[in-house]
Structures are given as C-alpha cells and as structure tokens.
Ligand binder design. Structure first.
Ligand code: ZN
Ligand code: ZN
Length: 104
C-alpha cells in the first residue's frame, strides 16, 4: 500500500456531515460501493450496500423497508481505527461521523 493515510486520531463523536459529493459511488455486482475519506477523521472508508438485502450488511437500512434501492444512503465512518470514547454498542468501526451520499 503506497496510499498515504491522513487519518486524524480524534475522539469518537456522532456528527452528521450532510450530503457529500466527493465520494466515489461505484456499481458492483452485489450492489453499490461508496468509497472516500471520512470528513471528520480523514480515514478511508469503503461501504458496500447490497441490493436485495434491505437489512444491509451492518443494519444501515434497518429502518427502510422499500424493495427498491434508495436514492441516497447514510454512510458511517468505517475507517477501522480505534477512536477514543467509542461506545461499546457502536455499529460502525470509525469515529462516529456519518454523511449522506446520492446513489445513481
Ligand atoms: Zn477514523
Ligand atoms: Zn472518521
């Protein structure tokens, strides 16, 4: 890996960042893959949303019951770094930041 990680070791806090347009949204056979850097900690986050699985892989669509794919999706930071003050019950594996991306 030659990619430089500009990760910032901030404390975990749930923060909404609204709609982010700088994320790469790619269609993959399983569904849609959203990749980019977390607006809070800068950690690289890749989130995959699977079609036909309203529950998602981590329950992000747990409140959605539509059979069609949503027009936008909430992405949680999944940088994989340990952030201070991260609660035990946190479903994400990042700093607590979340944002919206528009799906094609
Ligand atoms: Zn992070
Ligand atoms: Zn983050």
């Amino acid at each position: 890996m030659t990619e430089i990680d500009h990760h910032r070791d901030i404390a975990y806090v749930e923060t909404g960042f609204g709609v982010r347009s700088e994320f790469t949204v790619t269609s993959v056979p399983e569904g849609i893959e959203v990749a980019g850097a977390c607006p809070a900690c800068g950690g690289r986050t890749i989130m995959r949303f699977e079609r036909g699985m309203p529950g998602g892989t981590k329950g992000f669509f747990s409140r959605r019951t539509e059979s069609t794919f949503p027009k936008d999706a909430t992405v949680f930071c999944d940088c994989g770094h340990m952030h201070a003050d991260r609660p035990e019950f946190a479903i994400d594996n990042g700093c607590g930041a979340f944002w919206e991306v528009e799906l094609p």
